[in-house]
Ligand binder design. Structure first.
Ligand code: ATP
Length: 289
């Protein structure tokens, strides 16, 4: 189990990026959802032992990450938001090199392991292609293969699907589901769909704090009977935004579909609206907008 206790971090410019974060995570995918600047990457980098918190503790099955970062790194796989690759190197060469650094050997066994990893992320055919010729999706699949080397107990994946087309995103999500069978996988994103379908447990982060934590379907029940849907025009939208708590609006052909929130037990806010089942998107908007 990964135990995070009272983690706080204030950068030298005065920004409180982490405010007293505590979490306990079991194997499976844990989703961390939050808008830009919420503190997700700071939390990911801190758990990955790449930066120190001002205070707090991180332990994986008793191993203290703050006291023993080197030992911790042996048990962590990390796919950062942006990562550079050596452009002239092929995926096979790079994975082999990283595997050697991780002490995976002898070389014949390592080569077989690298081939298996490439197969798993569907890069066998492009294995001997230079990394600078890879598309965004191929690069992310290479990145997850690298992060999963050496079978880490904890895998940290920071906003991996940004910029991927829908089919590459699905493919990547499948890889994460497969990988999380044997480890704790922390997935951060500001895309609600990424988290909604994949995670059995999640948290919403906002302004350095965890504002909500739990199972996505249970969490959305919090807003039961409080979310209404109606359609309006672009001209009338500002009126509703001023007078109602609008959670989201979506342009659809010649109308705008609006989701709005009212207090529990309140009457319907406009005559034409209908009560709808709250979605994770509604919950996210409610807590972060
Ligand atoms: N090295 C740094 N020095 C000063 N401030 C920083 C530093 N890194 C991040 N911040 C600030 O800390 C806050 C949290 O940033 P962080 O990158 O952790 O958020 P995030 O949720 O990952 O955002 P995004 O989704 O945009 O990546 C932001 O206000 C950011 O500007």
């Amino acid at each position: 189990m990964l135990k995070i206790k009272s983690l706080s971090k204030t950068y030298s410019n005065g920004i409180h990026a982490l405010r007293n974060i505590s979490l306990e995570l079991e194997p499976g995918i844990f989703g961390l959802l939050g808008p830009n600047g919420a503190g997700k990457s700071t939390l990911m980098r801190t758990i990955a032992t790449l930066q120190l918190p001002d205070s707090g503790q991180i332990q994986l099955d008793g191993l203290d990450f703050i006291q023993e970062p080197r030992k911790a790194r042996e048990r962590i796989g990390y796919l950062p938001q942006d990562f550079g690759v050596y452009p002239r190197v092929t995926a096979r060469e790079m994975l082999d090199y990283l595997a050697a650094l991780k002490g995976i050997g002898p070389s014949a066994a390592r080569r077989a392991e690298v081939a298996r990893q490439l197969e798993k992320v569907n890069l066998t055919e492009a294995a001997d292609q230079r990394l600078d010729t890879y598309s965004g999706g191929m690069k992310q699949r290479f990145g997850i293969a690298a992060a999963l080397q050496g079978k880490p107990e904890l895998v940290i994946v920071d906003e991996p699907t940004a910029g991927l087309d829908p089919s590459e995103r699905r493919r990547f999500q499948l890889l994460l589901t497969e990988a999380a069978k044997d480890c704790i996988l922390i997935l951060s994103s500001h895309i609600v769909e990424d988290i909604a379908g994949l995670c059995s447990n999640m948290a919403i982060m906002h302004k350095g704090q965890l504002v909500l934590e739990g199972d996505p379907s249970t969490l959305t029940h919090e807003l039961e009977g409080q979310v209404w849907e109606f359609s309006t025009s672009l001209e009338k939208l500002p009126h509703f935004q001023q007078n109602l708590r609008v959670l989201s609006w979506l342009p659809k052909q010649d109308a705008i579909i609006v989701h709005a929130w009212t207090e529990p037990g309140a009457y319907q806010p406009t005559p034409s609206c209908v009560a709808v089942e709250p979605t994770l998107e509604d919950l996210y908007a409610f807590h972060t907008r």
